[in-house]
Design a protein around this ligand. Sequence first.
Ligand SMILES: O=C(O)CCC(=O)C(=O)O
Ligand SMILES: [Fe+2]
Length: 316
Amino acid sequence: MKNIPSVDLADFISGDPVRKQKFVEEIGRAYEEIGFVSLKNHFLNDNLVDELYKEVKAFFALPVETKKKYEIEGLGGQRGYVSFGKEHAKGKKEGDLKEFWHFGQEPEEDANLIDEYPDNVQVEELPDFNKTGMEAYRMLEKTGIYVLRALALYIGLDEHYFDHWASNGNSILRPIHYPPIVEEPKGAVRAGAHGDINLITLLMGASTGGLQVLRKDGVWMDAIPEEDELVINVGDMLERHTNNKLRSTIHRVVNPPKEEWSKPRYSIPFFMHPRSDMPLNCLPECIDDEHPKAYEDITAGEFLYERLVDIGLIKK
Ligand SMILES: O=C(O)CCC(=O)C(=O)O
Ligand SMILES: [Fe+2]
């Protein structure tokens, strides 16, 4: 992609220590500067992406009453359907112009997390919806684990430091539908400016443009990946854990010009979360005289709860 540094996961897994180190430096530097990269040679193949978009479009095309059957009270929107306008960016009162679905973790039995994670919601009308969603979930999770290994090395931790926390983690795959805009949005946008909550976000190409990233100098830049790339950015949990070394960059999805209001937009981010008991305490490797500890100690579960309240998914 033009505006955002491009990295190649094949370098990291090549077995060649020089290429591996090159990947570590490239992604680490990009995350210190802009917080976003585009990544080639990930594990999500094009056919699976096409299948997933087909299922996702079919789901959002169902009648609203059918979709609302899958909007479950009491889960803070963490599984199933979340209806139009419900979520808003932190600190903003207008709801985003979107509806979405959440697929969550189906942990391995020996992880002892079965009781902690709510079950995924099964869509009866579409026999392949859940299977396709979870296949994509696994491929994105696998890609994310490699990215976190590279970041662990960059920070000076053991390569496998994140493996335990991120495997069987509380990650979410979120297909989003931004419907055609039918009336003057009055301050509402498709997605208000925000930083992501989680460790890292992996985003496959959207059906159309609109995603913008806020550069350090205050300029908004379009972020549109090439066909075969994933956009991967740092979220607030990783920014906090690395004491602001790696940057969770503010981004948004703008409304199209009026001539294009009739076009819907679809996109499918994967929010990689750790297990809820992971301490996000600032890492000693990231604290020194110039960078004193910037945040209180907190676990991932506590941090997530606070943020779900901030964005309107949990009502206190
Ligand atoms: O729709 C997109 O392209 C990105 C959405 C996003 O930033 C988010 O849901 O956190
Ligand atoms: Fe985001």
